[in-house]
Design a protein around this ligand. Structure first.
Ligand code: 2M8
Length: 456
């Protein structure tokens, strides 16, 4: 690879389209999606779901902004601005920004667990200390594109750009735990796919905290059979507690769990393409971002790709974790990915049944431990299917993309704005009125094809 300078932190400085379905059902779905987003809006951001997730989540806000831009471009800008308002001095974007108006026991682990306000450089508003997949630069660019005039009038990108750069800089420096050029997640919650079977082996080395030491709140609002187990939670709590007690310092030795995740690295690479477009818009140099995108794409492909999919790598052992999950197909969102055709063949295979299953399953349909109703161990999700739809368009697979869009919209029309779905029967699972389901349905209704301008 050609050497290039990766940018360091710098000082901060209505579409009007009609619903794409073009019929009464599309109009009804559009209205229902808007209603969910309006109901879940809280002063300056959207909660993923009113009861189960009553605060602001990081990658949820990115997906929400992508939908919200059709409803109110300014509100979509504010969604991202409020998240980046909780950025830490080291550049990290916390995975949860807590709403101080919400009762302390509404969600576990809450502010008293994370104790962020005692950390030098953390914001005044309480947050968690871990992160989530970096979908934000892409979301910011798409939000800008919805109404460039309104965005320019508010100085949206000039204000957000340095914060996005600082966020990516945190990831590419502090989170390159192995020196491979790829970033590591240090908690399953950081993947966004919390209890994916992909994490079972690295997680098995973590000693669970006894259940008597914490009180789960998720089971007050969702069926236990569809959520992670108590043992999973004991391990999640152990990892988060250790990280907190180390002052949220990053080092391979300090983390009991460290994995180079294909989706996070792919979103970062796609995000660098978006940052190049944003840099050009704000009068900064796009070249370092193009260079970073090329380097990440190269490192991702040479390190994590094998035989038709990308596998996560356990940073402690160096071994690839050879499970087939949707995250292994999502590097398809990276422009110029050299193995796109191979990924699409895997998506069409019995493992994922792209041409029939809907939403696309989160985990291998042929695996013995596939569970079509349990959280990230098999059900299909709208956000990962949206990313696949985006990637299919990016690589010229418009027929598969159009077919997937049609079936996703139909699925939600029949089963509602659920959190996740059985990919074969379509039965809805998890919470209802889930924000990113509504936002991304709205996006696909309003934009029959994604806006690839300048990021492709
Ligand atoms: C789920 O994760 C949270 C922890 O972050 C939880 O289970 O309590 C995941 O589906 C994650 O991807 C999502 O961002 C979050 C809020 O929707 O819920």
């Amino acid at each position: 690879m050609t050497a290039c300078t990766v940018p360091g932190p710098v000082s901060p400085a209505p579409s009007g389209a009609s619903p794409g379905a073009g019929n009464g059902a599309g109009v009804g779905l559009d209205r229902a999606a808007r209603r969910v987003l309006v109901a879940n809006w809280r002063r300056h951001a959207t909660v993923p779901a009113a009861r189960l997730y009553p605060h602001q989540w990081s990658w949820d806000s990115a997906f929400v902004a992508i939908g919200l831009r059709h409803l109110s471009p300014v509100r979509a800008q504010r969604e991202l601005e409020s998240l980046f308002g909780a950025q830490w001095a080291d550049g990290r974007i916390p995975h949860i920004v807590f709403d101080p108006a919400v009762p302390a026991d509404a969600y576990f682990p809450g502010p008293s667990f994370w104790r962020s306000t005692g950390i030098p450089g953390a914001p005044a508003v309480p947050t968690s200390g871990i992160v989530q997949p970096p979908a934000h630069a892409l979301a910011a660019w798409l939000t800008f594109r919805a109404d460039p005039g309104a965005a320019r009038a508010r100085g949206f990108l000039p204000r957000l750009y340095p914060r996005l750069v600082a966020w990516h800089h945190y990831l590419t420096t502090r989170r390159d735990l192995t020196g491979s050029g790829l970033i590591s997640i240090v908690h399953p919650w950081e993947s966004g796919m919390d209890n994916s079977p992909a994490w079972d082996v690295p997680l098995s080395r973590v000693t669970p905290v006894p259940t008597a030491e914490f009180t789960r709140r998720d089971l007050d609002h969702a069926a236990a059979a569809e959520r992670p187990t108590d043992t999973d939670y004991g391990r999640y709590v152990r990892l988060a507690r250790d990280y907190r007690d180390a002052g949220y310092a990053d080092s391979l030795r300090g983390h009991g769990f460290a994995v180079e995740d294909p989706l996070c690295n792919a979103l970062l690479a796609a995000g660098e393409h978006a940052l190049a477009a944003i840099a050009a818009e704000v009068g900064a140099d796009p070249a370092p971002h193009r260079c970073a995108a090329a380097r990440l794409t190269h490192d991702l492909t040479t390190s994590l790709y094998d035989g038709g999919t990308f596998f996560p790598r356990d940073a402690h052992t160096g071994a690839l974790i050879r499970t087939y999950s949707i995250g292994g197909l999502l590097p398809l969102i990276v422009p110029g990915l050299p193995v796109a055709a191979e990924l699409i063949a895997t998506a069409l295979s019995d493992r994922f049944r792209l041409a029939g299953a809907c939403p696309v399953p989160s985990y291998d349909l042929t695996a013995d431990d596939h569970d079509s109703g349990k959280y990230w161990r098999g059900p299909g999700w709208i956000n990962t299917s949206w990313l696949l739809w985006y990637g299919l368009h990016l690589h010229g697979e418009t027929a598969h993309a159009d077919d997937l869009r049609r079936r996703l919209l139909d699925r939600v029309r029949r089963s509602g704005f659920r959190e996740y779905f059985d990919p074969l029967t379509g039965t809805g699972h998890g919470t209802d009125d889930f924000s990113w389901t509504a936002a991304l349905v709205l996006d696909m209704l309003r934009s029959p094809a994604p806006d690839l301008d300048q990021v492709a």
